[in-house]
Ligand binder design. Structure first.
Ligand SMILES: [Zn+2]
Length: 114
């Protein structure tokens, strides 16, 4: 038999473990193929924790970035909403004084009370 046996893939995918094992026992080509497959599988098992760890760290970074963006925009809107001078400057070009609201004021900018 000069041709390489190509049943391994078909047995691996479509058949059960028992049929695959019994074929491997009698077939040199498939035994080599199986050893190769096991080695690849071991490598994957070895690399798995590192891949998962990298993925977890990337996920955490994304969450941190999102949290930072939310915090930043929240703070920004908070500053604009609660700081009357900034929102007045944005709306009217200058912070409004008490005089602009129509109250009678003295030369210090304080409301005059009779
Ligand atoms: Zn075979």
């Amino acid at each position: 038999m000069n041709e390489k046996c190509n049943k391994y893939e078909a047995l691996f995918i479509f058949s059960d473990e028992e049929k695959l094992r019994s074929h491997i026992k009698n077939c040199e080509d498939c035994r080599k193929e199986d050893e190769l497959m096991n080695r690849v599988s071991e490598l994957i098992q070895e690399a798995k924790p590192q891949i998962l760890k990298a993925r977890t760290e990337r996920g955490r970074l994304k969450i941190a970035c999102a949290a930072f963006a939310i915090l930043l925009s929240g703070t920004l809107f908070g500053i604009i909403n609660f700081n009357q001078d900034i929102s007045d400057t944005l709306r009217y070009g200058a912070p409004l004084t008490i005089e602009d609201y129509g109250f009678p004021v003295d030369s210090y900018g304080l409301i005059m009370v009779d």
